[in-house]
Write a protein that binds this ligand. Structure first.
Ligand code: DHB
Ligand code: FE
Length: 279
């Protein structure tokens, strides 16, 4: 049986990818951030999931305002690295798992989550930066990846509760898959940040700390946090945190926190990382 055993939530700040690609991890600005990623990379080298289901948001790379799926699942063999305006990152392509992805699509849709099915999906920093954070710079990614894109760009995004419930449905779907696979679910984005308007540069460390503290033990309470509260406390782009609840919903009720890191700033953003093991 396939099992969701691991959960990773992490920011996906594009500048982190640029720092990795250009060998800047030891520079004074970046060193304190990357020191906190060492434990995550060591953990991942042991954990070695077979498949990652990665919840992220596309930032107008694969989709634009002409097409805005609330939840989209990538069912392709391979996902090219998106060109976000300065050429694609020089990293390996991301290989999918079409059979499992189609099973997830079927199970989720019959479970009343109306997924958009995507066969042609260039993946941007929302997906590739988390991969680089936990895997570093391998020749090829040592895992198959099923991208799950969530609209948090154009109002209205899905609620935190809907994301949490989608995670629960992902867990049910994975556990129906009759193959011995260890699955990790990633939720990406956040933590507090606002890239635009009068509050550009907004960071709220007390809010982020509380979110990290509660994610393991009180996910049901975090599922009740409204968009307005997220905007107010975490900033306009901090709304990405709803995707962390997809990960948490896919985990067992009880989880063990195995790694945590929080650092300000990464670009204009509070960068957070938390890893859970479940049963
Ligand atoms: C930035 C972009 C993001 O998508 C994000 O989640 C955080 C930061 C940025 O451009 O700095
Ligand atoms: Fe983002």
């Amino acid at each position: 049986m396939a099992e969701v055993k691991f959960g990773v939530a992490t920011s996906h700040v594009p500048a982190i990818g640029v720092a990795i690609d250009n060998g800047k991890e030891d520079e004074p600005y970046w060193a304190p951030l990357f020191e906190g990623y060492e434990g995550a990379r060591k953990w991942m080298a042991d954990a070695r999931p077979d498949v990652v289901i990665l919840a992220y948001n596309d930032h107008a790379s694969a989709f634009d305002l002409s097409l805005i799926p609330t939840f989209a699942i990538g069912v392709a063999d391979e996902f090219p690295i998106a060109d976000e305006g300065y050429g694609p990152r020089d990293i390996p392509p991301v290989f999918g798992y079409p059979e499992l992805a189609w099973h997830l699509a079927e199970s989720l849709i019959l479970d009343e989550f109306d997924m958009t099915i995507v066969t042609d999906l260039p993946v941007d920093h929302g997906l590739t930066v988390p991969m680089s954070i936990v895997y570093g710079k391998p020749e090829t990614w040592p895992v198959r990846v099923i991208p799950l894109a969530v609209n948090v760009i154009q109002y209205p995004p899905p609620t935190a509760r809907r994301c949490y419930d989608l995670g629960r449905a992902i867990r049910r779907a994975v556990h129906q898959w009759d193959e011995d696979l260890t699955v990790a679910v990633f939720g990406t984005g956040g933590m507090s940040h606002q890239l635009q308007g009068e509050r550009a540069g907004w960071v709220n460390t007390p809010f982020d700390t509380s979110y990290l503290n509660r994610l393991g033990s009180e996910p049901e309470a975090l599922a009740e946090v409204t968009h307005t509260e997220l905007l107010k406390e975490a900033g306009s782009e901090g709304i990405e945190l709803v995707m962390w609840l997809i990960m948490r919903g896919a985990m067992s009720r009880e989880v063990r926190e195995v790694h945590r890191h929080y650092h300000v700033p990464a670009s204009n953003t509070a960068a957070g990382l938390i890893i859970f093991e479940g049963t």
